[in-house]
Design a protein around this ligand. Structure first.
Ligand code: 9WN
Length: 438
């Protein structure tokens, strides 16, 4: 059995080291993902960060989510970046002068007081809000935390389920690879192929000031990211007509998990959660119907513009394991797939990689094309527990904790060796370690 972790009070304990990362990355109202590479507030990062922060400061965890949701647009979207006005414009690309939220976003109701991006990220927020509440219900009730969060979270889900139902089947589509959060996943290669890249000289990649080019997306990827984002902005962020629209299994599974959480929040506030629970169950059935591939033994993305499933095995297609209402045979197939030669868990890899070990595009160091990430492994640990696989969940928990600490809380790691890639002192790695330590 795994060695017990040192007491939280020991100066050398992983608990203290993880808490220090979050302390160093705290700005006073939110937490940056990484001081150098990502100097603003990111949407799904903040949700994962709040889930860890709740163990050291429930107040800071509530504030993290409140700051993000204060930047919500009137149409319900929660922007993927909330910019810190004291950070120089050239510290991160694309900067506020690219997104122009206060002008191009006016029709969609972008806030006037803060600058944001115009795209979104996976909706982990209601799940985070519920977990944050449960860490200190007294403080949460005294501050009216859920009372204030609930209407915003409900509007966020409404936006995704209506304005983003681009496939017409009830699932939400992402309109940019940055929205799904796994920026250069091989799942996007085919749908992105029809996007003409913006010329490389038309923008400057600030990420390469801090990240190694062989670990990051390519210039060709960036050309396409810029073209898509420019077109969305120039259409005043109206949804429906872009070249890229994909139904992604992880994005939708997180929406469903958050819908379950929103039902619990409604009940805590004295309302009924029954309709939301029923909707979450219906959405789970739709997810299976639209994205499950029985021959692939996992979920795939659906390219809404081309109409086809994208036959690439990425970790995104395992994340629906999180869902409690998943049919038992699908849950057990997914668990087998994590252990198969494609993902190697318990055999060749230490953590679940972001992409198929046997896939042509696999690269153990390039961002979302192979390395293992801590948020996806945390979600799979939770999924294993949801389906009663406690022994396997314990082993994955221990691997996450060991590698997070030994890699100095790396952004991502080589899935075979656990060697650090990208930034170190990465906030969600520290936060989710703290969560697993409790
Ligand atoms: C673009 C902040 C974000 C994460 C994403 C990750 C990366 C940004 C980038 O960093 O994306 O949003 O500049 O590469 O892919 O998941 O939220 O940590």
């Amino acid at each position: 059995s795994p060695a017990p972790s040192p007491a939280p009070s020991s100066p050398a304990s992983p608990h203290v080291r993880a808490a220090k990362v979050l302390e160093d990355n705290w700005t006073g109202t939110s937490t940056v993902p990484s001081r150098n590479l990502y100097p603003h507030q990111w949407s799904w990062d903040s949700a994962f960060i709040a889930i860890g922060l709740r163990h050291i400061s429930p107040l800071r965890a509530q504030t993290e989510l409140e700051t993000l949701l204060a930047a919500q647009w009137d149409d319900g979207r929660v922007p993927h970046i909330v910019f810190n006005p004291s950070v120089p414009l050239d510290a991160y690309f694309p900067s506020p002068d690219f997104w122009r939220s206060s002008t191009a976003g006016r029709a969609a109701g972008a806030p006037r007081t803060v600058q944001t991006s115009g795209i979104v990220q996976p909706p982990v927020h209601a799940l985070a809000a519920w977990l944050v509440h449960r860490a200190d219900p007294g403080l949460s009730r005294a501050r009216g935390f859920l009372t204030r969060m609930y209407p915003r979270l409900a509007a966020w889900h409404r936006y995704l389920l209506h304005r983003r139902d681009l496939g017409g089947a009830g699932l939400a589509s992402v309109v940019h690879p940055w929205e799904q959060g796994m920026d250069n996943s091989p799942c996007w290669d085919a749908p992105l192929a029809r996007v003409t890249p913006a010329p490389a000289r038309s923008f400057r990649r600030a990420d390469l000031d801090h990240g190694a080019p062989e670990d990051r997306p390519t210039d060709l990827d960036y050309g396409r990211y810029v073209r898509l984002a420019t077109a969305y902005r120039d259409g005043d962020y109206a949804d429906g007509s872009g070249d890229f629209a994909v139904e992604d299994p992880a994005f939708n599974a997180l929406l469903i998990a958050s819908e379950h959480a929103l039902a619990r929040i409604a009940e805590e506030l004295g309302a009924t959660g029954t309709a939301r629970q029923a909707r979450a169950r219906r959405l789970t059935a739709t997810l299976v119907d639209r994205l499950w591939d029985p021959a692939g033994n996992m979920f795939f993305c659906r390219d809404v513009r081309g109409g086809e499933l994208v036959p690439e095995r990425a970790v995104s297609g395992l994340i629906p394991l999180l869902l409690p209402d998943l049919p038992a045979d699908i849950a057990s197939t997914l668990i087998r797939t994590t252990r198969s030669a494609h993902f190697g868990l318990g055999t060749s890899t230490r953590l679940v990689p972001s992409y198929d070990l046997l896939g042509e595009a696999f690269d153990p160091h390039r961002y979302w094309r192979g390395p293992a990430w801590f948020n996806t492994n945390w979600l799979l640990e939770r999924g294993l527990r949801t389906h009663g696989e406690h022994r396997r969940a314990d082993a994955l928990r221990q691997a996450v904790l060991d590698i997070a600490d030994s890699s100095d809380f790396a952004e991502y790691v080589d899935p075979y060796t656990g060697e650090a890639c990208g930034a170190t002192g990465f906030s969600w790695t520290a936060a989710l370690s703290l969560d697993l330590l409790h």
